[in-house]
Design a protein around this ligand. Sequence first.
Ligand code: IVH
Length: 667
Amino acid sequence: MSDADHIKKRISDLRAEIRRHNERYYQDAAPLIPDREYDALVAELAALERDHPAWAAADSPLTEIGETPTQGFATVTHAVPMLSLANTYDVDELRAFDVRVRKQVPSAQFDYVLEPKIDGVAVTLRYEHGALTLGATRGDGRQGDDITRNLRTIKAIPARLTTTAPPDLLEVRGEVFMPKAGFVALNERRAAEGQPVFANPRNAAVGSLKQLDPRIVAQRPLGAVCYALGACEGIAFDTHAELLATLKDFGLPVHPRTWICPDLDAVLAALTELESLRHDFPFEIDGGVIKINQRAWYDEWGYTAKSPRWAVAYKYEPERAETTLKAITIQVGRTGILTPVAELEPVTVAGSTIHRATLHNEDEIRRKDLLIGDRVWVEKAGEVIPAVVGVRKEKRTGNEQAFTMPDTCPACGGPVTRRADEVALRCTNRQCPAQLKQWVRHFAARGGMDIDGLGDALIEQLINRQWIESPADLYRITREQWRSLERMGEKSADNLMQALDASRQRDLWRLIFALGIPHVGTRSAQALEAHFPDLDHLMAASPTELEALEDIGPIMAQAIITFFAAPHNQALIADLKAVGVNTASHRPATARTGPLQGKTLVLTGTLPDMTRDEARARIEAAGGKVTSSVSQKTDYVVAGENAGSKLDKAQQLNITIIDEKGLLDLL
Ligand code: IVH
């Protein structure tokens, strides 16, 4: 091949590869390679296209932004295209950016604004006369998905602007993200429920907003920040800083911290400060965004097909380390799912040592093309969870070994199967000791029956001695038996007996969660307790009755029905009752039969004579339910003085609004 042919081939290979990555990133929210590697491919292609304009093609992936429409959502055309940003990892390129913008518009007097860069989902929010009328994803930049219903569930996004004089039209652009703590908690819950976990907060945010059922979105911990303007009428801004200040006044979420910098040196100093604060933000940031502050000249700098020429993103080198994948072991979960786990040569990433990382499932191993013995990159997803993000194939020696999932359970030797609708393999032996261990752990966990002192080592001993076959058996273990366990003093045995005894009287929702019904987390369990007086009523509920509840979607309703239909689960519940575990709600019986039975109320503002807690208690005592946000399912909004956006939303949804006196009448 001639040089020219080589270059031509490289361009076409890069285009194909970038397209493949785009697809995985945008459509499946499951990137194949770290951002840094993707960005390097893009930079290489951009340089080749620049040097060989003859081969630049109209359909180059460099001129396309990401996503194709998602099934199930209406497509909306953006009034003003939603652009992305040029990005760099290199301070010299920032200097080049500064030189370029100064040369391009020599008369412009300007300063810069630096903002943190959150890695989430870009969205646009359309406010007409102050009311949120549309929320959409970026899509391909021109058209995106209408996800208004999902965005309305995010508390940070106001249904109405908090101003008495809203502009006719205000479209703001921003990022929806999942905070680090919420991400970790969500993944813990998903793992406990046998569902696949998200690789990082960004994927979790994307996956959440793609849900067709807004009730699921409402349960996801999502936040938002606004940082740019789309279409607007009846309002104008001279500077970006002014835009941000106005958005804040309007009640829109903006970055808690931004810097105004007179010149590039000040930008670089601010970037250093931002990096030192990097881990203090409740959300993950992957760099900083530098924008020219003076909006008047934006059109003179203009735009490329993908991004404005007056802004640039500076991205941090990822915090990751290289290490060896020594082995892949199998962990058997509570519901029998076999999860492959990477056993790593210990390595330090962002201040802590990583030994193991979940590989989720076999498909994930194939996708990443991992071999045992590989040198791999590890990162901390959400800055917390260790993850293998890539493999250094160029370092292979030929001694690496392919991994295959076992065809029997490594814990019990029992058969494993794959359900038609799942990628995961499961051990089907209900007596499997590994499953039993995770099951008992879940049952005793803090969010569940909260059995203090029942740690892993103890649970293992109980299983090894064949004293337990289900969590109910925990209550049958005698003091003598506890005393006979390794490292178990008299005091600890007494404490455990007491902890177990106390757990017999836990709230009903804790028991519901502890049962381990797929998809049912603590919050859904609480919603169930609020509706059902005891477990028997819950077990007898119909799908329609379950779905009518605020926090229960059709998938969860089905999971609950299936769970209670299984004879072994019915036997477990009978057994729990037999050992004295409470299966009734402690909430007063009147709570379900009072004048507000079945009614959902929202409190907003200050009531003249009652505190909020008092109002809530009285509503609950009358059988009503108090929720924090207004939706179609709200029956009454009780508004006091200084009522805010909830009142607006109630008006918008035509929900009956009452004051304290109205509430007392109802009671
Ligand atoms: S400005 C025309 N500002 O990062 C304005 N984007 O990698 C374009 N992002 O597409 C966006 N933080 O989704 C802007 N402070 C910020 C941002 C930000 C995060 C996202 C946004 C953008 C992507 C580029």
